[in-house]
Every structure is written in structure tokens, then in C-alpha cells.
Design a protein around this ligand. Structure first.
Ligand code: NAD
Length: 368
């Protein structure tokens, strides 16, 4: 039986609640010959309570050794006062940094059953399936100088530096084209080459990689402000949208909200391909946080976490049929009217976190 090494980091708040539902799926796949060798450890506030750090060195070792990390959520009011270096988010940032996770994948999928939950018209979003590929470790959030200084006249000056190198753009471009080849074969690249030098370089590098390595994939360049407009006006024109860290932060949140609740949104972060094993370090996590307001009440929607596991099947383990099967089960369960409170409409009986996980397992049984 093939085994895949998976590190589970449930974290805080609803993190452990939604991770439990993924564990049901891991059990379901194991019974069908797809084995996962799992380890579980602490991250965020839970790690602080146990070890006074946001992630222990032992947990980092497990993360380095795993084929993929499944991350729940971190944070909550209990840890608001902890030292800055040990704040819950530091665990997440350390994982991203040490695993070299430079490519953030944020799918925006609109399930037909939920099209009416979007603020946009059904015909604009129904059947939407786009993937935003955001550069995660460079750009204006990290460029130096980065400072806030007081001038001689007492006023202040703040500086952030937008900075990209050829290599940083090349590697994210290749991830985007590779993914497009497994989808609808189109990449849209968003930058601001009309006003920014980093945008000029971005456009040049994307064009060069396209011509040399991916000429069979359709490429279009779009200015980032226009991309924002087009995402709201006609989002289905996009397949894979690749962009830098800052624009990606904004565009992926716009795309996410086309589809409804935070409880539905998975994500992945991928690192460089190992030249020997061809495997990438990877971490999969729901977009939502630890939701302290609903923790322990059985109200959390586990589908973002389950969707993140589905992305791990697809992108880390090459289990495409299994990932498709899981997607189908989610689509069918939603179509049958099973909804957690965040996606339920008036008059519906809301399912609990556990009910939703059980419904997915039942549907997987029915489909296989
Ligand atoms: P949040 O995502 O935790 O919650 C925002 C709102 O969405 C809340 O009303 C919550 O109940 C609801 N919600 C979130 N996930 C849901 C789900 N699966 N099902 C149903 N409803 C859901 O964001 P917040 O309230 O701004 O932050 C709470 C804590 O989480 C903070 O400590 C914050 O720092 C942390 N946080 C962590 C991450 C992460 O771990 N990646 C991301 C964002 C926020």
C-alpha cells in the first residue's frame, strides 16, 4: 500500500474541529488502499501553551520530513498578550519561510447549489472555477528598505520597497503554466507595467518563459487594476491568474468573495521542486482563521479544510481521480441541501460540523 507522509497541525479555535472531519476522510481513503502516514503536532496558541513558542523545533522537523502539511488555523483572544515572537501567526510564517513556500494557490469555485449566496448574479458566478497563483515570499511585503522614520521637521516618512528578481518571477510563472496545462490551458498575468518597473520586468519574464517553455498555453497580460474589474464583471474569462504578492493578496480576496462563505475556501502553498525526487514542499490550509466566536459550538463549516485536503491529494500526491471524487462528493452533498449555518438559507435546518463530514463520507460511499 502506497503511503504518503502527512503532518496534521490542527492549531487553535475551530482548527481542531474541522481537522477531525479530514481525519474521517483519511480513514475512508485508507480503507480503499490509499494510505497516509500521519503525524499530529501543535501550532499557534496551542504550541505556546505547551512549549512557549508558536511552533516547536520537533514540529518543524516533522514538517520538513512530510510530503505535505495540513494546517488548521491559529490565534484567538487568549494569546493576544503573548510576546511578539511567539504570537500564534509566527508559527504559520515560520512554516512558510522554512519550507520555502513561494507559490500560493487560491481556487475560487462556485458550486451551482451556492450560486445564489454570491452577491453577484447567478449567471456571472455559476460554474466559476478559477485559480489565483500569488507570489508569496517576495515583493513589497518583504523588500528593503522598509521603514518609518521621523524627519527633522517632526513629520514622518514611511517606505516600503517593491522588489522582484528574475528568478523569483520565473519560478512562480512556471508554477502557473504547469497548473494551467492541467486545467483549461490559459494563464492571465497581472501587473502594473504601465507605472512600475517591477511590472515591466514581470511582463518580460512571463513572456520569455511562455515563449521558451509553454508556447502551447494561451497567455494574456492584464493590468492589475483591470484584473480587479474583470474579476467582478466577468470572472469566468479567467482560468489561472498569476500575480505578485501585493496584487495577489487583493485579487485573491476579491475572487474568494465571488463564491460566498469563508468556510468554503481552501488554499495551498507550494515550494520549489526537488531536482531529485521532483516533489515540492507543500502546505494546505483553509483561508479562514480560528473563528473564536463559533469555537466549540459545532457551527464550523469543514469544507474549506476538506477542500484543502482535496488540493493535497491533487497537487502533492497526484491522486487526481480521488481528488475529483472528493470534489464530486462535496458538489452532491451541497446539491442535496446539506448546509452548515454559514451557507444555509432561511428556513433550512443547518448541519453541524460533524454532520457535514459524515455526509461527505456517506456520499463517497455512494459514489464508489
Ligand atoms: P476568522 O476567519 O477566524 O472569522 C471571520 C468570521 O468568519 C467569523 O464570524 C467566523 O465565525 C466566520 N468563519 C470563519 N471560518 C468559518 C467556518 N469554517 N465556518 C463558519 N464560519 C466561519 O477571522 P477573524 O475573526 O478575523 O480572526 C480570528 C482569529 O483567527 C484571529 O486570532 C486571527 O488572527 C486568526 N486568523 C488566523 C488565520 C490563519 O490561521 N491562517 C487567518 C485569519 C485569521
Amino acid at each position: 500500500m502506497a503511503t504518503h507522509k502527512l503532518l496534521l497541525l490542527p492549531g487553535d479555535g475551530i482548527g481542531p474541529e474541522v481537522m477531525k472531519e479530514v481525519e474521517k476522510l483519511i480513514g475512508w481513503f485508507a480503507k480503499r488502499g490509499i494510505g497516509f502516514e500521519t503525524e499530529t503536532d501543535l501550532v499557534g496558541g496551542a504550541a505556546y501553551d505547551a512549549h512557549k513558542v508558536a511552533i516547536s523545533e520537533d514540529a518543524m522537523k516533522l514538517a520538513q520530513a512530510a510530503d505535505a502539511v495540513l494546517f488548521g488555523a491559529v490565534g484567538g483572544p487568549k494569546w493576544d498578550g503573548v510576546p511578539y515572537a511567539a504570537r500564534p501567526e509566527a508559527g504559520l510564517l515560520r512554516l512558510r519561510k522554512d519550507l520555502g513556500l513561494f507559490a500560493n494557490l487560491r481556487p475560487a469555485i462556485c458550486y451551482p447549489a451556492l450560486a445564489d449566496a454570491s452577491t453577484l448574479k447567478r449567471e456571472v458566478v455559476e460554474g466559476l472555477d478559477i485559480l489565483i497563483v500569488r507570489e508569496l515570499t517576495g515583493g513589497v511585503y518583504f523588500g528593503e528598505p522598509k521603514e518609518l522614520v521621523t524627519l527633522e521637521d517632526g513629520s514622518q516618512r514611511a517606505v516600503d520597497t517593491q522588489l522582484y528578481t528574475t528568478g523569483e518571477i520565473e519560478r512562480i510563472t512556471r508554477v502557473a503554466f504547469d497548473l494551467a496545462k492541467k486545467r483549461r490551458n490559459k494563464v492571465s498575468s497581472a501587473e502594473k507595467s504601465n507605472v512600475m518597473k517591477t511590472g515591466v520586468l514581470w511582463r518580460q519574464v512571463v513572456s520569455r518563459i511562455h515563449k521558451a517553455e509553454f508556447a502551447d498555453v494561451q497567455l494574456e497580460h492584464v493590468l492589475a487594476d483591470n484584473a480587479a474589474m474583470q474579476l467582478v464583471k466577468n470572472p469566468k474569462q479567467f482560468d489561472v491568474l498569476v500575480t505578485d504578492n501585493l496584487f495577489g493578496d487583493i485579487l485573491s480576496d476579491i475572487a474568494a468573495m465571488l463564491t460566498g462563505s469563508l468556510g468554503m475556501l481552501p488554499s495551498a502553498a507550494l515550494g520549489a521542486e526537488d531536482p531529485v525526487t521532483a516533489k515540492r514542499k507543500a502546505m494546505y490550509e483553509p483561508v479562514h482563521g480560528s473563528a473564536p466566536d463559533i469555537t466549540g459550538k459545532g457551527l464550523a463549516n469543514p469544507l474549506a479544510m476538506i477542500g484543502s485536503f482535496g488540493m493535497a491529494l491533487r497537487y502533492s500526491f497526484g491522486l487526481i481521480e480521488e481528488a475529483d471524487l472528493l470534489d464530486k462528493a462535496v458538489t452532491n452533498v451541497l446539491a442535496s441541501g446539506t448546509r452548515t449555518k454559514d451557507i444555509a438559507t432561511a428556513g433550512m435546518n443547518a448541519a453541524s460540523t460533524t454532520d457535514m463530514g459524515d455526509a461527505i463520507v456517506k456520499e463517497l460511499n455512494a459514489l464508489s
